[in-house]
Design a binder for this molecule. Structure first.
Ligand code: SF4
Ligand code: SF4
Length: 501
């Protein structure tokens, strides 16, 4: 490792430690106004009395504040349950909004100072670290890939995976412990949408920064490959503009929040009653967003996939794909190439697709009829909650990203994404896209299979001179980029001319 690389790594690690440290720098004080803003009217009086002992008291520890708050709510609920007053039990999660509202800021110093000492330094460190690659030849270097503790499920990879899994669990289920991190991005939030940040704004910011910084790494790494360059710029653009800035600006303009490139069924709540109502009530622009979303799902997906393959979305537009292709790039070779993994993949990903279709039909049935129970036993609200928990949070978030260093960068896209399954069906049976192979030139080095993030044994096809026509192929083009013999080409042509056996 050269000095620049060491310097960048040092900066990143110092920033990371400061970032962790900021979790303990907050002060909290509960006030009547915080309760007014956070509680529903029906809970205001009873919870206000229960939390009376916290009013005006200054806490210097996030955990102490959350423990008192949660304890008070649980005590109240335990009393109701003991008296079998089930209708009074409070199920709303008030812990996060009250903790966030009671936050007095980071001490000592300002939020901006701590932002630059933590996230700012991490970003700078990562950029310096990756810039050191400019001294090396472009392209993938196999050196130590399967021996390095960071990229071969070694101790660094396990530590990173554990951190990511823990981060997602806390973000989804215990965000009250992250209020200081949310506070760090307040200046950005004020600038973009004019409001205080939520945990989802913080997450969106972090997600976008990860794609941008690691996207620069991809641009440096593949600087001799125009396909990879343009594709990387594309995911950086769509994440920054479509997923992060435009939805927040729409909120600022009092329009519904909508990521205009997120497509049903990946955007599984698109047809939920409250989202349809929100759009209808916000006038012509809301109606446009509704029509746009339906057109994307039912016209753009089949038409564009027919002409271009699923890569137009999975490798050029999608946010999950964008993160996988940038932050997840160092782990792409960890995807399981075994036949059993392919079998599990097909059952699982198509199972999720069936699940989301059934859930959406139930939700629409409830929307149009007002009845939440179908066939006497299926509760559409229960089904949507189950999907949101199991697939939306656990699979897409905790497993999908947390397992990058353990199972590769496309765990979610390969095993869980219902949109990938839908795009894949079109690609497999009716698309002009294929990867052609010049079998006579193949030296069986296995680079292509090793680096296929979707676990496709590309070499198997190359050795037989057969086109790679697989529903799971996201057209990332890395197999072609790493082939030393120019055997593999991403091509378009008549559907019938694909060499599939
Ligand atoms: S077969 Fe090639 S283009 Fe398709 S996903 Fe694998 S590496 Fe990417
Ligand atoms: S990378 Fe190229 S030469 Fe090596 S196995 Fe794959 S197709 Fe053959």
């Amino acid at each position: 490792m050269n000095r620049v690389r060491y310097f960048g790594l040092g900066l990143f690690l110092v920033g990371f430690l400061v970032w962790i440290g900021t979790l303990s720098l907050g002060r909290y004080q509960l006030s009547e106004s915080v309760l007014d803003a956070a509680l529903k009217p029906e809970h205001r009086e009873v919870l206000g009395q229960q939390l009376n002992f916290m009013l005006g008291r200054e806490y210097t520890s996030n955990r102490a504040f959350v423990a008192d708050l949660r304890g008070a709510i649980e005590t109240l609920n335990a009393g109701y349950k003991a008296q079998q007053q089930w209708d009074k039990v409070i199920y709303d999660n008030y812990v996060y909004p009250i903790t966030q509202g009671a936050s007095l800021g980071l001490q000592p110093g300002s939020v901006t100072l701590w932002f630059w000492l933590s996230l700012g330094m991490m970003i700078l460190g990562a950029l310096v670290y990756h810039s050191s690659r400019l001294n090396r030849l472009p392209g993938i270097h196999n050196n130590d890939l399967y021996r390095h503790p960071a990229t071969d499920r070694g101790w660094i990879g396990i530590l990173v995976g554990t951190f990511l899994i823990g981060f997602y669990i806390v973000l989804y289920f215990y965000p009250e412990y992250l209020t200081n991190w949310v506070l760090l991005v307040e200046p950005v939030s004020r600038l973009v949408n004019g409001k205080e940040p939520s945990q989802w704004f913080f997450y969106g910011f972090l997600y976008t920064v990860a794609i941008l910084v690691m996207g620069i790494r991809m641009l440096i790494r593949y600087r001799g490959n125009p396909y990879q360059q343009v594709r990387t710029v594309s995911v950086m653009f769509f994440q920054t503009a479509f997923a992060f800035l435009i939805p927040e600006i729409m909120v600022r303009l009092n329009q519904p929040y909508q990521d205009l490139k997120n497509i049903w069924p990946l955007d599984y709540s698109f047809f939920f009653d409250y989202r349809i109502e929100e759009k209808i009530q916000s006038g012509s622009f809301g109606i446009f967003m509704l029509v746009w979303g339906i057109a994307l799902a039912f016209i753009a997906v089949p038409v564009l996939t027919y002409f271009l393959g699923k890569r137009w979305y999975c490798s050029w537009v999608c946010g999950c794909g964008g993160l996988a292709e940038t932050l997840g790039d160092p782990y792409r070779h960890l995807s399981d190439k075994r036949l059993v993994a392919w079998k599990i993949e097909r059952w699982l990903v198509h199972g999720v697709l069936v699940f989301v279709v059934v859930m959406t039909l139930l939700v629409l049935y409830t929307y149009f009829t007002g009845q939440s129970t179908v066939l006497g036993f299926l509760d559409s609200y229960g089904v949507r909650q189950t999907y949101a928990f199991l697939i939306g949070s656990i699979f897409a978030g905790v497993v999908g990203t947390g397992f990058y260093p353990l199972m590769g960068n496309r765990v979610w896209c390969r095993f869980g994404c219902p949109l990938a399954a839908y795009l894949g069906l079109v690609q497999r049976f009716k698309s002009r896209f294929r990867i052609t192979t010049n079998g006579g030139q193949c030296i069986s080095c296995g680079n292509c299979s090793a680096y296929c993030e979707m676990g496709i044994d590309v070499r198997w096809y190359a050795q037989r001179g057969q086109d790679v026509v697989r529903s799971s192929c996201v057209g990332c083009g890395i197999c072609s980029a790493v082939c030393p013999r120019g055997v593999l080409n991403l091509e378009l042509g008549p559907v019938e001319s694909r060499r599939v056996k």
